[in-house]
Design a protein around this ligand. Structure first.
Ligand code: CAO
Length: 459
């Protein structure tokens, strides 16, 4: 029997809902008519004043028409391209489809996260094949060169101006965009700028350093693990790869100190359990985390330097009068930090409902750019899993983060006898450039005291 002919369908790929943005310019057109694309290949890059984002192809196929060109202004619903999808593979069940333009196929937008947020679904990896041969993709060698040339001090709050694909290109090479001078319009960093930067670093001799010997980081050891036993290789997820860069930057560029404390949540837990049935009736769980969000807001109000960011000069604090709390959510693809907004204006029940809803969206990779922006302070709760304390990493440009471990019943001395009390471990990491140890100890104790007497949260 001869194989069935392949039939095809035309679809319109549209700019998806991108929150508050409209009329934003196209800064890169990455494909043209006739190009064959895979699902998730980037088609165009858009740029608002807050973020750059790529629009990926929702399916594999051939671009039949490119509707956008450089500098076009677009809004949600505008057509990016017409994609022809090969509908059937040989031997597969056939559905007779005439070439036609289907009403809409809106891909998830792929934002480039600015430093105030953790990564979001969809960030495209530029293939290693795209890296020019003249520039070796050897991040370890580049890192040791950078250190040897005295490049260590970079302003961590600088936001380089570059498209997601250039950022990805730079990450592949291990080049920190904050060190690269942009020659594009308005100082935008182009791929050529990254290439010339890497070439210049790799060819320039190391500078003589006045610092004591031994402070340079050696490159990571290169080991052939297979000589010790069987191995297999597993690539990191896209979110893990993105997070890795941010976590590494935050860990090495912010002087972290972690303040540990414990809060007696015996009464809070009795109250929470009493209210839990009501929450369950409404379809969500009431966990200790929402009480922690409320206590954090109270502590941020009392200690404004915790609700702040360093400006790009590193000489001024930007104090915030809004109270948006980021919550670390563990997903199968890696860590995401959606932000709950205006937590000062929401009730415990409102927050519990929103937390349930946003953590589901995070786990289903459905967060939008605005869901992960604008955080003031983050909470990472591992209390549902276990542990007695840990050192959370600050989510720059925030200046503090709270890690929460599992509450445990403990024998606590009340002055006359030991009493069984439920104690909750709190670990607050703070940026020591902005916050003193004494203030951090007061902040953490104050936060704990709010949990110990929930009436304080009503003040
Ligand atoms: N002590 C004791 N029990 C706790 C607790 C604590 N500190 N915090 C939560 N629990 C309990 C909850 O009450 C719940 O109990 P039930 O199943 O009996 O109702 C259970 O543990 C599970 O809670 P949960 O994890 O589903 O809900 P949560 O509101 O505490 O947390 C979320 C929600 C999304 C933050 C969480 O699921 C999560 O992803 N945590 C991981 C965060 C993370 O990875 N951090 C590390 C970042 S650094 O790499």
């Amino acid at each position: 029997m001869s194989p069935m002919p392949k039939l095809s369908t035309m679809i319109e790929i549209k700019v998806p809902d991108i929150g508050d943005f409209s009329n934003i310019p196209v800064i890169e057109v990455l494909v043209s008519a006739g190009d064959r694309v895979k699902a998730e290949d980037s088609l165009v890059t858009l740029e608002s004043d807050k973020a750059t984002m790529e629009v990926p192809s929702p399916q594999a196929g051939v671009i039949r028409e490119m509707r956008l060109k450089l500098n076009d202004k677009v809004s949600a619903g505008d057509v990016v391209a017409i994609l022809e999808i090969e509908a059937q593979q040989e031997g597969a069940a056939q559905v007779p489809v005439r070439p036609e333009v289907q009403p809409e196929l809106a891909p998830e937008i792929r934002p480039e996260i600015r430093p105030e947020a953790r990564p979001e679904p969809g960030q495209e990896a530029l293939s290693k094949a795209a890296i020019p041969q003249a520039v070796p993709a050897n991040p370890a060698a580049l890192a040791s060169r950078l250190i040897a040339q005295g490049y260590a001090a970079v302003d961590p709050s600088l936001v380089p101006y570059a498209s997601p694909s250039v950022r990805q290109f730079a990450r592949e090479l291990g080049a920190d965009l904050k060190l690269v001078k942009g020659t594009g319009g308005g100082g935008r960093i182009l791929q050529e700028d990254v290439t010339s930067f890497v070439k210049s670093v790799m060819t320039r001799p190391p500078v003589e350093r006045s610092s004591p010997a031994g402070l340079e980081l050696p490159p990571p050891p290169k080991v052939d693990f297979s000589q010790f036993g069987e191995i297999s290789e597993q690539p990191l997820s896209r979110i893990q790869k993105l997070s890795a860069g941010y976590l590494h930057r935050n860990w090495i560029s912010i002087p972290h100190v972690t303040q540990h404390d414990e809060a007696d949540i015996t009464d809070m837990e009795a109250f929470r359990k009493a209210q839990s049935a009501d929450a369950e009736k409404q379809g969500f769980k009431l966990t200790p985390l929402v009480f922690l969000i409320k206590a954090s807001v109270a502590a941020l109000k009392k200690f404004p330097q915790f609700n702040a960011s360093l400006d790009t000069s590193g000489k001024n604090l930007i104090l915030k009068s809004y109270f948006n709390i980021g919550i670390a959510v563990d997903t199968s693809e890696g860590l995401l930090v959606p932000v709950l907004r205006e937590c000062n204006r929401k009730s415990i029940m409102d927050l519990a409902k929103e937390l349930a809803e946003v953590s589901i969206r995070a786990r289903e990779q459905k967060l939008k750019l605005q869901d992960i922006q604008g955080g003031c302070f983050s909470i990472s709760s591992l209390g549902g899993i276990g542990g007695t304390g840990f050192t959370p990493i600050i989510n720059a440009p925030e200046v503090a983060v709270m890690g929460v471990s599992r509450s445990r019943m403990q024998a606590v001395w009340n002055g006359k006898s030991f009493e069984p009390r439920l104690m909750l471990p709190l670990s607050v990491s703070y940026d020591h450039r902005v916050i003193d140890g004494a203030t951090a100890a007061r902040f953490t104790r104050f936060l704990g005291s709010q949990l110990e007497d929930l009436r304080l949260l009503t003040l």
